[in-house]
Each structure stands twice: as C-alpha cells, then as structure tokens.
Design a protein around this ligand. Structure first.
Ligand code: ADQ
Length: 461
C-alpha cells in the first residue's frame, strides 16, 4: 500500500487533533492508517534569513512523520501575506477591489514553492501518493515535476474558484492555471467551482474536454472533480456531550432562558459577510419589534491575519456597527449584540451551537463553510435550532433544507431570520433530520476516501 504524503501550508500534530479541528483529525487518521508524512511550513519566521532558504525539521508523531520548513521574514511577507492572502484569497473570493497586485509577491510565492519542492524531494519515496492542499501551494506539483518527481499528485482547493473573467484579472493567471496541469487530480469544493474551472481552461488555455471531467492541455491530462468537504460528525457529537460542551450549554441556557439566541461564529474575514449580517439583524429589530428585549445575537469573530490593513478596517466597521445597534436598541437589562473578538476554545463551541435557536452562516462567498455543518451536528434532534445559510457558501449545494439567503439582500435576510425564529417544532425537526443525514453520509472520512480513490484511479489512466 502506498504511503500518503500530505502537503499544506500549516501542519498539525495528529496527537493534538482535537485542538486543531476536524480536518486535522481526518488527515491525521488517513496518515496514521498507512503511516504517512505531513509536510509544510513550521510556523517559524526567521528574521534576517536568506530568501528561498529554510531549515527542515523532521519529527515523529506516532506513525506520522512531520516535516516542516522555516521561512525567512521576506519570504513569509511575500508568499503568505502578499501573494496568498493579498492576491489569491481576495480574488478567489471575488474581491478584486481588495487585491494587491505587487510584482514582488509572485517572486516570493514561486521561491517558497520551489523551496518546499526541494525539501520535500529529499523525503519522498517512488510510490508515495502526494496530496497538496490549498491556494498557497498551487505551483508545487509543477516545481516537483521539474525536479523529476513522477509520483501521483493531487490538489484540493479549499476556497472557491472564481469565474473565468475574475480569475483572468490576476496578472499571472495563465501561469497559475498551467501549473495546475502538473497535478493528476484537481479537486474543488462545489460543482460551481468545477464549472468555472472547466470554462476557464477551455476558453483561456484551449483545453480539450475528454469527458468524465478529464481535460487535456499543455501536453498533460488531468481529472477535475467536486469533492465537498465534510466534518467528523462523531468527533463533533462526542465534543458536544463532553464535559466542557455540556457545561457551556447549561450555563448559556440558564443565562439566556428568557431570550432567543442567534449565533455567528467565524474568523474575522471580509468573505464572511459580517457587516451585512449585522445590518440584517438591525433590520430584524426594526421590522419585527416583537424581538425587542428578546433576540440576542452572539457574534464570535476570532482574530485572523491581523497584520493586513483590510482586516483592521473590517474590525473598526464591526465595532462601530455593534456599538450603534446596542446604543439604539439596548435596554438596561438587554443588549442585542454580544460581539466577541477573541478565540473560543474548540471544545466550547458545540455547547454554544446547541443552545442557539438560529445560526447565521451568511458569507458573501465561501469554499464550503464547516461552521454550518458543525451547527447541525451539535443540535438536539428533539428540539433543533434553525440554520440560516448563504446561497454563496459551497455548503448550500448540499444543505438544501437550511433557509437559504442572499446576504447582500439585507431586508430579505431579516425576513428569513424572522421565519427561522418563528419556525414550528415539527418543521425544525424535519429539516434538521434531513440535514443531519446529509452531513453524516458525506462526512470528512467520505470526502477523504472519495478524493484518494479518485487520485489512485487517475494515476492508472
Ligand atoms: P475557514 O475560512 O477557516 O476555512 P470554516 O470552514 O467555516 O472556514 O471554519 C473552519 C473551522 O474553524 C471550523 O471547524 C470552525 O469551528 C473553526 N472556527 C471558526 N471560527 C472560529 C472561532 N471564532 N473560534 C473557534 N473556532 C472557530 C477554509 C475555507 C472554508 C472551508 C474550510 C475547509 O474558507 O470555506 O470550509 O477551509 O475546507
């Protein structure tokens, strides 16, 4: 059986998987099954180090080998903050207005991918199967191929792929998409992303559609597919019933016994639609005054990429929106918004999800969105909460029994939140049952197997 090699920007120790989240659990389980290697950035930034150089650290974590590379400050700035999060993240989330097309970024991005390829080559065995994750590492396979690597290599994009003309705004779009053809299999979250890929490669790269999602261009054939990522439902259910989950649930239930609790949980990011959500909540209070003194929104937005200017602007906008809502509508004994700009321990999230009547998962664009699935997993099937979900989250293709909204439509979203708050028990139960079935059938283990089976088959073609 081939060894699995996972490559991602950040690497998690599978022995500490609960802290790291469902993806780490799933990849850790896959790596442990055959013994495996997890390769990526160490998280260390070396001040004054030489660009394109970095020390490799190899350590054993059970049956999994962790191999990580340090980055110098210049490479970290150009590759991570610059090209990955200043160009690819905004453009792939359709935010051309926020992209910073600085010529220096692409050099650092290329240099770090070459560094990773060089270091990874020293650790590879001929029959390893390599699975590369996310937008930081698009050119990795092309760099590995240039160094003689003939292994099967798959790529999974966790964020959306935008339509052809949005993608084409990136000055290096041709180079990026050509680099994808060095992979044997390219996976996306949703059918919409796959469609964008198919249209782009045929229109811009003259690719030939060979059927069954196989495309030929640049003298290589790749297979592309939609592989919607899921969560580890059993792991999450166990967290819900563990001590910290139960304590959280009971405390919050008592605290908010006279209120209707709405919940939003995310990293603070402009893709998540937070200002629009707060405006919809404000409209809800204006339009449906029965909610005054009762509806309370807990919004957790954990700090993320704080060293980038666009995030500071967003933080200020949110603080001012929350302040205005509380100032205009709050009473001495009721504050409509509880805004928390801190990390919340993963173990405490399920209790919060379970106590909420309504979850607001309303990104402007999202590859998948795992919070939506975690909320479903944490509910009491006898008295479940309602999921209000953006139609622009990848999860909307699967979670059809959620209440779908257009987050740009503030009035419409407010009406849908009201519908969620008023939904009768029997309808809540029916919807939740179907949603739970979906996330159970298409969980993270299903996702991983689907991708790795396709990658093995693709290699034989
Ligand atoms: P993210 O943009 O980080 O992920 P998401 O999928 O919602 O978005 O969340 C990832 C995890 O972080 C979840 O397990 C969630 O519980 C946790 N989390 C989020 N906010 C938190 C908070 N404030 N405190 C504690 N934990 C928090 C990217 C893509 C998504 C895609 C995932 C996986 O942007 O679209 O679903 O990768 O592929």
């Amino acid at each position: 059986m081939s060894r699995l090699v996972v490559v991602s920007n950040r690497v998690a120790d599978p022995r500490k998987a609960v802290a790291a989240g469902g993806l780490a659990v799933a990849l850790g389980a896959a790596l442990s099954a055959t013994g495996g290697l997890w390769f990526g950035w160490s998280g260390t930034v070396v001040e004054g180090g030489a660009p394109g150089e970095g020390e490799l650290h190899v350590q054993q974590a059970g049956s999994v080998t962790l191999a990580t590379v340090d980055l110098c400050a210049e490479d970290h700035a150009g590759y991570y903050l610059g090209y990955s999060n200043g160009v690819l993240w905004p453009v792939f989330h359709y935010r051309l207005d926020l992209a910073r097309f600085d010529a220096g970024f692409i050099n650092a991005y290329r240099r770090v991918n070459q560094l990773f390829a060089r270091k990874l080559m020293t650790e590879l065995r001929p029959d390893d199967i390599i699975w590369v994750h996310d937008y930081h590492l698009i050119p990795l396979a092309a760099e590995l191929r240039a160094m003689g690597c003939a292994n099967r290599i798959g790529f999974f994009l966790h964020i959306p792929l935008p339509p052809q003309l949005v993608l084409a705004a990136i000055p290096q779009h041709e180079w990026l998409m050509r680099a994808l053809f060095a992979y044997d299999l390219v996976g996306f979250q949703a059918e919409a992303d796959l469609l964008h890929f198919s249209r782009y490669v045929q229109a811009e790269a003259g690719a030939v559609d060979l059927g069954e999602h196989r495309f030929r261009a640049f003298d290589r054939t790749l297979r592309a597919g939609a592989f919607p990522i899921g969560i580890d439902v059993d792991e999450f259910a166990a967290l819900t019933h563990a001590k910290e989950g139960v304590d959280m649930y009971e405390r919050m239930k008592e605290e908010y016994s006279r209120r209707k609790l709405l919940l939003g949980v995310e990293r603070l990011d402009y893709s998540k639609g937070l200002p629009q959500r707060l405006r919809a909540f404000k409209t809800l209070l204006q339009k449906y005054p029965g909610n005054l003194g009762s509806a309370t929104l807990i919004q957790i937005a954990s700090p993320s990429r704080e060293d980038m200017g666009t995030y500071t602007d967003l933080l200020q906008e949110l603080e001012s929106l929350c302040g205005a809502i509380n100032g205009d509508f709050g009473e001495l004994d009721w504050m409509p918004v509880r805004y928390i700009h801190r990390n919340v321990a993963r173990r405490r999230l399920p209790g919060l999800y379970r106590v909420a009547r309504v979850a607001l998962v309303t990104p402007l664009r999202d590859g998948m969105n795992l919070v939506a699935k975690e909320f479903i997993a944490a509910q009491d099937p006898a008295d479940p909460g309602v999921l209000v979900l953006s139609r622009f989250a990848g999860a909307a293709e699967q979670l059809k029994q959620a209440l779908l909204v257009n987050p740009y439509d503030i009035d419409g979203t407010a009406d849908t939140i009201q519908q969620a708050l008023q939904m009768p028990l029997s309808e809540r139960q029916q919807r939740h049952q179907k949603l739970l079935e979906n996330i159970r059938t298409q969980d993270v283990h299903w996702w991983r197997k689907l991708f790795l089976d396709a990658l093995s088959e693709g290699g034989k073609a």
